[in-house]
Design a protein around this ligand. Sequence first.
Ligand SMILES: Nc1nc2c(ncn2[C@@H]2O[C@H](COP(=O)(O)OP(=O)(O)OP(=O)(O)O)[C@@H](O)[C@H]2O)c(=O)[nH]1
Length: 248
Amino acid sequence: MRLIQNMCTIAEYPAPGSVAAADCCLGAAGRRLVKIAVVGASGVGKTALVVRFLTKRFIGDYERNAGNLYTRQVQIEGETLAIQVQDTPGIQVHENGLSCTEQLNRCIRWADAVVIVFSITDYKSYELTGPLHQHVQQLHPGTRLPVVVVANKADLLHIRQVDPQLGLQLASMLGCSFYEVSVSENDNDVYSAFHVLCKEVSHKQQPSGTPEKRRTSLIPRPKSPNMQDLKRRFKQALSAKVRTVTSV
Ligand SMILES: Nc1nc2c(ncn2[C@@H]2O[C@H](COP(=O)(O)OP(=O)(O)OP(=O)(O)O)[C@@H](O)[C@H]2O)c(=O)[nH]1
């Protein structure tokens, strides 16, 4: 779906490592930038989720997605971060596994974090979550990309195919936060999912030396005796010895 705040599509998006991509490391006004890709099977509500997060609205009917990029600012722990959210076309599942286009892979490589969406009314979309998570991590070798798992359409209880426990168990096995949401009925949980993810990325982006440095400066150093102290102790020892000698 085409929306306000639309900047460009995945196809136009600079490949990671290019000069243009490097320019994107800081958002408007030099704010830190968090790049999030929203992925999952077709029809699970990816566009609806992104639109809800950006506008707090649920429109109902969305054009088939071509992979649009949106931006907004969020407050995380007192800091205003620029975040870019990349909506992606639905992943097709084939008998021999995932079928990810190069366009989608480029988007996942570009991202600092990923939201994997499935629908509670579509068991196949849930089954995609594990392999998709593995695929995301494979595209980011040497690091653990923050991922949140979102189970959508929680309002459609009468046609539920995925038990909430299943989603929770899978997410915890993958080491991800999990949210069961109804994009059509509620925006709080949607916001929380994005917020948690931004927080995780923000912590990851902090220079690694900073907290460690602060911690070490808090550890009290063992006191080394100064000369005055040494002299005083020496005198004390000496007079004790003298006292012992005189008492004998
Ligand atoms: N009942 C209900 N319907 C929803 C919810 N979220 C999305 N939908 C509907 O599900 C359909 C698919 O939503 P989209 O947001 O287009 O799904 P998508 O994952 O972006 O689909 P693709 O672009 O094909 O990949 C639309 O008709 C939405 O109105 C929800 O929480 N509850």
